[in-house]
Design a protein around this ligand. Structure first.
Ligand SMILES: Cc1ncc(C[n+]2csc(CCOP(=O)(O)OP(=O)(O)O)c2C)c(N)n1
Length: 374
C-alpha cells in the first residue's frame, strides 16, 4: 500500500501493483489487509469450479466447431477472476454478466446448457434470472454497469442489504454507459461493485490503445469511489479484494471498482483469429501465469489433491461435458412466440400488434415449407 494513502477510500490512488497472494509457483503470502478466510475444503472447491469451467468452456468451443453453436466467447485464462469474485458474493446478491462469464454462471448454479442455447440461437435466455440472481447475458458492451447501478440504487431505496456486481471487460471502460453507471452508483452510494476483467484486449485492440489512464482502476478516482486492483489470475487475491469491495457496498459505504489483471488465452470469440494481432511468444508468456496451474501448485504442496478427489473431478468433468452435448446436439428451436413473454412484468404491455404479426409470419413460413415438400 502507498504510504498515507488507503486505496479502500474514495479519492485515493489505486495501488500500482495489483494485490497478489498466490504466486505462480504456489507460494502463499500473508497480507493483513486481505485475510484469506477460506479453509482447505474451500480451496478444493475453488479448484473444482475452475477445472469444471475450463472443461465446459472447451466443450462449448468443440460444439461450435461441430456446427452445433453459432458462436462461443471463451473465458479460458479468466477462471480465477470469475470464480474468485463470485465466491465473494452471497446467494442474495445479484450478478449482471456480459457474454464471457461462464465461470461466474457455474458458480451461481446455472445450467451451462441454458446459456449455450443462446449461442445456438434456439432460446432467448435459457435461464430464469430470479432462480439464481443472475441477470441475462448482456451483449452490448458496458450496459452491465447501468443495470447493476440501477438495481443497486433500488436496493438502497428499499433498504435491502443486497449487493449488485457488474462484470465488464477493459474495453467496456471506454463506453459512455460505463461512465454513467459508475457516476450514478457513486452519487447514490449504491451497493455496487464494478468488476473489470482486464484481459488485455477489446477484440483486437490492446489495452495501451484503449486508454491514457495509468490503470483502469484510476478511473474510479473521477467518480469518487475506491479503485482496487488484484492479480486476476490469482483466485485468492481476487476473492479477498472483491470481498472488501462487497463488504463496503453492503455496509452502505457505496460502490467500488475492482480491476482484475488477467489474460484472455483463447480467441475473442470463435469467429476471431487472434494470430492477426498477438504473437505466439506473448501467448506462451501468458500461459506461465495460468490460474489453474497456480492453485494446483498450492493444493499439491498441501497434499490436498489426493487420487480420489482428482479422479472424482475428472469423472464429474466428463459427465458435465456429456450432459452438455446431449442437451445441445441437434436441439430443436424454442417457441419464437416466447419472445414477448418476459419483456413486461404485467403480460403483453404495449405489444398490441407484434405477437399477432409474428404468429402470422410463422404460420406463413410453415405453410410455405409444407408447400415446398409436397
Ligand atoms: C455497445 C457495443 N459496441 C460494440 C460492440 C461490439 N463488441 C463486441 S465485444 C467488443 C469488445 C469488448 O471488449 P472488452 O470490454 O474488453 O471485453 P472482452 O470481450 O475482452 O471480455 C466489442 C467492441 C458491442 N457488443 N456493444
Amino acid at each position: 500500500m502507498r504510504e498515507g494513502s488507503d486505496p479502500h477510500l474514495p479519492g485515493s490512488l489505486p495501488p500500482s501493483d495489483p494485490v497478489c497472494l498466490l504466486e505462480p509457483d504456489g507460494t502463499l503470502h500473508e497480507d493483513p489487509d486481505y485475510p484469506l478466510e477460506i479453509d482447505e475444503e474451500g480451496l478444493r472447491e475453488l479448484y473444482r469450479r475452475m477445472v469444471l469451467t475450463r472443461r465446459i468452456d472447451r466443450e462449448a468451443i468443440n460444439l461450435q466447431r461441430q456446427g452445433q453453436l453459432a458462436l462461443h466467447a471463451s473465458c479460458l485464462g479468466q477462471e480465477a477472476a470469475q470464480i474468485g469474485s463470485a465466491w465473494a458474493l452471497t446467494k442474495q446478491d445479484w450478478v449482471f454478466p456480459s457474454y464471457r462469464e461462464l465461470g461466474v454462471a457455474l458458480s451461481r448454479g446455472i445450467d451451462p446448457a441454458g446459456l449455450l442455447h443462446v449461442w445456438r440461437g434456439t432460446w432467448h435466455s435459457g435461464h430464469d434470472p430470479y432462480d439464481n440472481n443472475f441477470a441475462l447475458m448482456s451483449i452490448p458492451i458496458g450496459t452491465q454497469a447501468l443495470h447493476a447501478a440501477g438495481f443497486a440504487m433500488g436496493a438502497r431505496f428499499d433498504d435491502n442489504p443486497v449487493v449488485a456486481i457488474a462484470y465488464v471487460g477493459d474495453g467496456a471502460t471506454s463506453e459512455g454507459d460505463f461512465h454513467e453507471g459508475l457516476n450514478f452508483a457513486a452519487v447514490f452510494d449504491a451497493p455496487c461493485v464494478f468488476f473489470v476483467q482486464n484481459n488485455q484486449y477489446a477484440i483486437s485492440v490492446p489495452l495501451d490503445q484503449q486508454t491514457n489512464a495509468p490503470t483502469l482502476a484510476h478511473k474510479a478516482i473521477g467518480y469518487g469511489m475506491p479503485g482496487l486492483r488484484c492479480d486476476g489470475n490469482d483466485v485468492l487475491a481476487t476473492l479477498a479484494v472483491t470481498r472488501r469491495a462487497v463488504a463496503r457496498a453492503r455496509a452502505g459505504e457505496g460502490p467500488s471498482l475492482v480491476e482484475a489483471m488477467t489474460y484472455r488465452m483463447e480467441a475473442h470469440t470463435t469467429s476471431d483469429d487472434p494470430t492477426r494481432y498477438r504473437s505466439k511468444e506473448e501467448l506462451e508468456e501468458a500461459a506461465r501465469t495460468d490460474p489453474i496451474a497456480r492453485l494446483k501448485n498450492l493444493l499439491t504442496a498441501r497434499e490436498l489433491l489426493d487420487d480420489d478427489f482428482v479422479e472424482g473431478l475428472e469423472d464429474e468433468a466428463k459427465a458435465a461435458s456429456a450432459q452438455l452435448r446431449e442437451a445441445l446436439y441437434d436441439a430443436p428451436h424454442g417457441d419464437p412466440m416466447e419472445l414477448f413473454d418476459h419483456v413486461y412484468v404485467d403480460g403483453e404491455g404495449h405489444f398490441d400488434q407484434q405477437p399477432a404479426r409474428l404468429r402470422a409470419e410463422l404460420d406463413a413460413e410453415a405453410s410455405n415449407d409444407g408447400g415446398g415438400q409436397g
